[in-house]
Design a protein around this ligand. Sequence first.
Ligand SMILES: NC(=O)c1ccc[n+]([C@@H]2O[C@H](COP(=O)([O-])OP(=O)(O)OC[C@H]3O[C@@H](n4cnc5c(N)ncnc54)[C@H](OP(=O)(O)O)[C@@H]3O)[C@@H](O)[C@H]2O)c1
Length: 343
Amino acid sequence: MYGAVISEYGGSSVLKYKDSLDEPKPKANQVLVEIRASSVNPIDLMKREGYGKSVFEKQRSNSFPWILGSDFAGTIKEVGSKVSRFSKGDEVWGCTSDPNRGCYAQYGVFNQDEVDFKPSNISFNEAASLPYVALTTWAALIRWATLRPQDIQNKKVFIQAGAGGVGTFAIQLFSSWNCNIATTCSNKNRKLVEELGAQTVINYLEQDFSSVLTDYDIVLDSIGDLGEEGVMNKCIKVLKPLDTSHYITLNHPLVRTMDDKGVLLGLPHALYLRQKVKRENKPINVHWSLYRPSLSGLQELNKLVSEKKVKPVIDSVFSLKDINLAHDKVGTGHSSGKVVIEM
Ligand SMILES: NC(=O)c1ccc[n+]([C@@H]2O[C@H](COP(=O)([O-])OP(=O)(O)OC[C@H]3O[C@@H](n4cnc5c(N)ncnc54)[C@H](OP(=O)(O)O)[C@@H]3O)[C@@H](O)[C@H]2O)c1
């Protein structure tokens, strides 16, 4: 089969297209999917450069070659002996957390609980743009902040970086819950985020959001500790000083601390840092969020897309042979929505 692999860490040039890779075989609880499209997430670029190697290398049976990529949309080619939910030819989508192999390839094997039927009203390219960013947002709210959709209805929500993959999905999700949404982006993306449902749009190049926003219930921060010094404190300042307020960041020191100190010393140190920021910001709840798979989240996403409450937002489409250009595009940090890979 064909696919794109890395055999060392580095810039986008380490991504190599190959057409003689071994086709994977599904285990009993897995399906083999012919992947029609995938998409690029910033975590792919970070893994390519060696981020998280203290953790991810331990989870892989061989360090290299390594196929990156989380999202997939395609058709079922084969099902494992314990799989009854799917049949050959079904159109599916999902997102893999398999540490050994990802989705920048012609075929992938996926655990059946990370796969669901693709909504029929969107294309494979569109479908591949959503699962990772949607399940990241779902995990942030439901798993880490332990909120329920009914807790979020009508809340005031601030989303940092509304024009990215996560932001464009999150605006639509909160909008489906009738939230009042503020977000940051540059001028070129103002119209996009307004159309998706943001009521207050702040051009971060001209205005400091913390001097404008006040009395918010939830902050979903896609910048976090990758941003300027003190960005977390600024976000927390826009929240009501109550125990019903939640600051959720997608960028925090957990994995980097383990990379720096090793897992044995780094994990307890990172947990100590997390406890410290939680304590210092009481009564406001502070959460360090991580992507987690969720079949119920994927099924909810299907409903939202089928009911046209969420639409895919695609910045650009690249062929797998141009995977390095697709990575460079995401690497600018200024794509609008998702960069899709067509197989
Ligand atoms: N913890 C986790 O499990 C997890 C999961 C998913 C993502 N993440 C992280 O979350 C972040 C967002 O992911 P993504 O997929 O949405 O990334 P993305 O699509 O690459 O985000 C690009 C967007 O960021 C906006 N942006 C850049 N600098 C900004 C700033 N200073 N203020 C406001 N907006 C800014 C850009 O808007 P303009 O072009 O208008 O500037 C652009 O639209 C990434 O850092 C990613 O690593 C973490």
